[in-house]
Ligand binder design. Structure first.
Ligand code: SF4
Length: 348
């Protein structure tokens, strides 16, 4: 973008005086990028950015965490997970607290790390906590591909895999006050931008695929304001996102996973919004079915409304009081991509 074009966009967005518009950034990485770039201070009061359900840790129901804890306490079993999930509250405690009581839990940086661990300790069953969106599912598919081809019999996956279009449609069906979406950027790399066309056209709501730099996000917001009320998918990230996405990754995912209903923290069960391991590979599943119950550790937590764009974190009575990054009461305060974590770190 030229300096002149950027200046024009900034002027327009700062002085915008049209109908108020609510734009949801679906993805937690965009929420964090918007905060770090100070984007909100560059917008007219009539352009309101709200955060969405695109932080995988934030939308994982408590029953899933409870099941991980149960597995980690079994003899000869080790639960492996990314670091974020360790502090997410289950119905009574987190994996971290369980670990302090003797549960066997290991933090890893890649699902593939578990392959070497399993080969080195054949007496232990290693369970990977496979949480995430379309972005991370290809890596889980690769893990299963390795398990199958190398005939490794002591690795299982506990899955809580989500997909984006169905939850976005769920928000619109449930009258979330959204006029436009910044589409999840990393997800779009895998899925392609075309995946958002059906919901965009059905609800006459524009989507903009955007990168994560401040200028890219401003350009996307400008595009959305200009196309308000139109069912269009705009791609401002074409150097990385194509219409079709990564077909190799999608084929690998399709080989091992199939579409299923999924439980979302605060939103309940949403049809067709998740992926599960195909029946022919179900021996690799550590018992993922039916982990949809979501019991709040703290009843005052408003994560459910925050994730749907109906409240901001500051509307929660616990924000910054009972709930902080050091003592999270809800999942949105745990991950650096969680909306409440981002707000408390940047907008105090
Ligand atoms: Fe939940 Fe804490 Fe956010 Fe409140 S501030 S909604 S308790 S995560």
């Amino acid at each position: 973008m030229t300096r002149e074009a950027l200046t024009e966009i900034k002027d327009y967005l700062k002085n915008y005086d049209g109908e108020p518009i609510n734009i949801m950034e679906v993805c937690g990485s965009h929420t964090a990028a918007i905060a770090k770039s100070g984007i909100k201070s560059l917008l007219s009061e009539k352009i309101n950015l709200v955060s969405g359900p695109g932080c995988p840790v934030c939308v994982t129901p408590s029953a899933y965490i409870d099941r991980l804890i149960e597995l980690s306490l079994k003899p000869d079993t080790c639960v492996c997970t990314f670091g974020d999930l360790l502090r997410v509250p289950g119905s009574t405690e987190s994996l971290n607290i369980a670990k302090g009581k003797g549960a066997r839990v290991e933090m890893v940086y890649s699902p593939m790390d578990i392959v070497d661990m399993a080969k080195a300790d054949a007496a232990t069953t290693f369970v990977f906590a496979a949480v995430g969106f379309e972005t991370t599912t290809p890596v889980y598919a690769l893990l299963i591909d390795t398990i199958v081809s190398e005939k490794i019999d002591n690795i299982r996956l506990l899955t809580a895999l989500k997909t984006m279009p169905a939850v976005i449609e769920h928000l619109l069906e449930n009258k979330a006050p959204i006029d436009a979406f910044i589409a999840p950027g990393h997800v779009s790399v895998v899925t392609g931008s075309r995946i958002f066309e059906p919901v965009s056209e059905k609800y006459d709501i524009p989507f903009a695929v955007s990168g994560f730099e401040g200028e890219q996000i401003l350009e996307a917001i400008y595009g959305l304001v200009k196309t308000r009320g139109k069912g269009k998918v705009l791609n401002f990230y074409p150097e990385v996102v194509s219409e079709e996405g990564n077909t190799v990754a999608k084929e690998l995912v399709d080989k091992y996973f199939e579409v299923t209903s999924a439980g979302w923290r605060g939103m309940g069960i949403i049809d067709g919004s998740g992926l599960k391991i195909r029946d022919e590979f179900s021996n690799l599943d550590a018992g993922s079915d039916g982990l949809t119950e979501d019991i709040k550790k703290n009843k005052a937590c408003r994560c459910d409304h925050v994730l749907m764009g109906k409240l901001t974190p500051k509307d929660c009575p616990l924000y910054g009081k009972g709930c902080t990054p050091l003592n999270p009461q809800g999942a949105c305060m745990v991950s650096e991509e969680g909306c409440c974590h981002t707000w408390i770190s940047n907008y105090r």
